[in-house]
Design a protein around this ligand. Structure first.
Ligand code: GLU
Ligand code: MG
Length: 444
């Protein structure tokens, strides 16, 4: 593998290779090596201070035990992720695990957490596939949305077509197959989706997609905001997660044609697990202060704990399968997720919660067929359709109480994650809503 990375790096004329990871604050960070040292770095990684998993999204370093100024971890590349970056001259990238000096996964490594979750699923005979929808806003140098066009409008397509063409070309060049594109509701808002993949590959791919979106905007003198709510008077940017489960013999485990909605008993249990752990899961899928400016009822981002078929106000939507391949295409869409999340943590949290539902044989109750915000309050509470957390601190409180998720994260990741995200909430406590949105606009 090392030899093939070296050969591709030389053949493509690469000079610099970025070692990329996503941190507890949801920020993609990295270091780069010159090609002359690549072979050595493929074996031993690049050193990084242990403190970086205690850094929040405003670059404020938190006090976390074992993550102070003394000590190093290694950014250990996964050679199978080597990719030449079509938007950066003579540059390639590798996704990395955060490892100890001995080369073992470090306790606070998000990518290693997702690998452990993948193994948990495999132990239950399941392989998950996922993809994240990317809504983002194109913003001009004077901090205004690129276009004031209408939802799905061709005028919106026209306004952004040069950016989108580069974006699609660059995704293709990285071996990422794009699926759909359209202008979304908010001014300057656009959406792309890409093909689904097994969990770790899906998260790796998501990092590259985020990088490519920002690069495409940059190439046209614009900036892309992947923040959940860049402008308070406009629709937010979701990062809806689509997920499906597959058996070892290649069957979609969420499909059962004999059941209502074609949804298998296991699919129902998986949904029930997500709903059971939902407030804590949100601490990992909608994990920024800005996330709670987006997450409101009646904004199609979901506001109440429930599920339903093609219900775009439900946190879990059973997406209609395609009629040419019902069994192969049924999947769940999880809406309270956004791009301020770390994709390794977000996907891992969702699967941990869902697997718990399967193990315990939980029942999700009846699907909700209307906008839950339109349901009389008495009916909502009788059916356990509770409002989602209204703030990051509320979600973090739920995570602190959720032993299943804390155990899955492990102490180093759980402690550093909570410290980092709590500090972001504290940093925003006295800011106006406008200032909160502004500060988050270009972090992710
Ligand atoms: N922009 C909406 C959100 O914040 C989603 C709109 C849609 O794609 O249904 O999640
Ligand atoms: Mg959308």
């Amino acid at each position: 593998m090392t030899a093939s990375v070296m050969a591709s790096a030389h053949a493509s004329g690469v000079r610099l290779i970025r070692f990329l990871y996503c941190d507890n604050g949801g920020v993609v960070r990295g270091k780069a090596t010159h090609i002359s040292a690549l072979e050595a770095r493929l074996h031993s990684g690049i050193g990084l201070t242990v403190a970086m998993q205690a850094m929040n999204a405003f670059d404020q370093l938190q006090r976390v035990e074992g993550m102070g100024p003394v000590g190093e971890i290694r950014l250990m590349p996964d050679p199978s992720t080597f990719v030449v970056l079509p938007y950066a001259p003579h540059t390639a990238a590798l996704l990395v695990d955060l490892c100890t000096q001995e080369g073992e996964p470090w306790g606070a490594c998000p990518r290693s957490f997702l690998k452990r979750v993948t193994q948990q699923a495999a132990d239950m005979g399941l392989m998950f596939r996922a993809s994240i929808e990317n809504e983002f806003s194109l913003i001009t140098p004077v901090d205004a949305p690129l276009d004031p066009t209408l939802c799905f409008s061709t005028a919106g397509m026209l306004a952004a077509q040069a950016v989108i063409d580069d974006l699609f070309a660059w995704l293709e060049a990285q071996g990422i197959i794009p699926e759909q594109y359209y202008p979304e509701l908010a001014h300057g808002q656009h959406e792309i989706s890409v093909q689904h993949a097994p969990l770790v590959a899906a998260a790796d791919r998501q990092i590259l997609v985020r990088e490519t979106i920002r690069a495409a905007a940059h190439a046209h003198g614009l900036r892309a905001s992947l923040a959940p709510k860049p402008f308070l008077d406009q629709a937010g940017n979701g990062g809806h997660i689509h997920i499906s489960a597959w058996t070892t013999d290649g069957r979609n485990a969420f499909w059962d044609g004999s059941q209502p909605l074609g949804l298998s008993a296991m699919g129902r249990q998986f949904i029930a697990g997500i709903l059971e752990h939902l407030p804590a899961v949100l601490a990992l899928t909608t994990p920024s202060v800005n996330s709670y400016q987006r997450l409101q009822p009646n904004t199609w981002s979901s506001g109440f704990r429930c599920w339903g078929p093609d219900n775009r106000e439900a946190p879990v939507r059973v997406a209609s399968p395609y009629r040419h391949d019902l069994a192969g295409t049924i999947n769940l869409e999880f809406k309270p997720a956004d791009l301020s999340s770390n994709p390794y943590l977000a996907l891992g949290a969702l699967v941990v919660a869902g697997l718990d539902g399967i193990r315990r044989g939980l029942d999700p109750g009846e699907p909700v067929m209307i906008n839950p915000a339109d349901m009389p309050e008495a009916e909502r509470s009788a059916r356990g359709i509770t409002p989602l957390p209204r703030s990051l601190d509320e979600a973090l409180d739920a995570l602190e109480r959720d032993q299943l998720l804390l155990d899955a994260l492990g102490p180093a990741l759980a402690t550093s994650y909570l410290a980092v995200r709590r500090s972001e909430a504290a940093a925003c406590a006295d800011l106006s809503p406008e200032e909160i949105a502004r500060r988050h606009r270009f972090i992710y």
